[in-house]
Design a binder for this molecule. Structure first.
Ligand SMILES: C[S@@+](CC[C@H](N)C(=O)[O-])C[C@H]1O[C@@H](n2cnc3c(N)ncnc32)[C@H](O)[C@@H]1O
Length: 249
């Protein structure tokens, strides 16, 4: 069973894109800190394109990849509506096909946690290293083990979206041995024929900061910063639910 199919509609119309809007707003301060002036940007796991299209509007030359055709469909529609050109491609982030093309690669909103094997994270980082030009930056966030095991589990079953035509319930669980969180998503959307139900099951694995740093090293990249807050640019704490890495080539 694939994911980001029927759920893509809920993603696009829910609060989810707010995250990448925030990343877009905060990014200039981070680029300034590292004296980076990228022009060509690759957004991996770009989803429904909010970040990629905002970057294209800000006159970056943007490419986005994602494995979900449905998310890419919405991303292309967003680019058309905003009258910007973005190259959106269906691609698995574990086998990126670019060589020496980008000054900045981004991967937002715990997309890397969808990789359930550390080897897959390492393969993805190796592809990012190939795609980056020398001196380029790779910026990503992940949910921490604390975020998945504690924060995600704190509410039990909860209503994520409650709107006149959209209703969504999330049921999280955690496997402490495998460090894998499972999110059962059930949504109802009102159509002309009545309410239509959607079910998807998403799994995210938590990695230690050391495991992620090992993949960075193995890819021939170097860690420039690791933060528990992208706004404050502060050290991760033991109860940080999410961390951001800035990595250089
Ligand atoms: C939480 S969404 C984040 C989307 C977007 N980055 C954002 O900030 O809104 C996770 C995305 O990762 C994509 N994804 C998951 N595994 C992937 C893989 N192996 N290769 C490419 N995309 C993947 C999904 O299709 C989905 O669009």
């Amino acid at each position: 069973m694939g994911i980001y199919k029927d759920f893509a509609h809920f993603y696009k119309n829910g609060h989810y894109p707010d995250f990448s809007k925030r990343m877009f707003e905060l990014l200039p301060g981070v680029l300034e800190l590292f004296e980076a002036r990228p022009q060509r940007v690759l957004d991996i796991a770009c989803g429904e394109g909010t970040f990629a299209v905002a970057m294209a509007r800000a006159e970056y030359d943007v490419t986005g990849i994602d494995e979900s055709e449905r998310m890419l469909h919405y991303a292309r529609a967003r680019a058309r509506k905003e009258k910007v050109r973005v190259g959106f491609h269906a691609q698995d982030m574990r086998s990126l096909s670019f060589v020496d093309e980008f000054e900045l690669v981004t991967c937002w909103f715990d997309s890397l946690n969808y990789l359930l094997e550390l080897d897959d994270v390492c393969r993805t980082f190796a592809g990012v290293a190939r795609a980056l030009r020398p001196g380029g930056l790779f910026i990503f966030d992940v949910n921490t083990i604390y975020g998945l095991a504690v924060n995600w589990q704190s509410e039990g079953c909860f209503v994520q979206t409650d709107r006149p035509k959209l209703f969504e319930v999330l049921r999280p669980e955690y496997d402490y041995e495998a460090n894998i969180a499972t999110l059962r998503i059930t949504g109802f959307r009102k159509t002309a024929e009545g309410w239509r139900r959607m079910d998807e099951q998403h799994r995210e694995r938590g990695y230690t900061l050391e495991e992620l740093a090992t993949c960075v090293d193995r890819a021939g990249l170097h860690k420039l910063a690791c933060w528990g807050s992208f706004r404050e640019k502060s050290e991760p704490q033991s109860d940080s639910g999410r961390v951001w890495f800035v990595v250089g080539k």
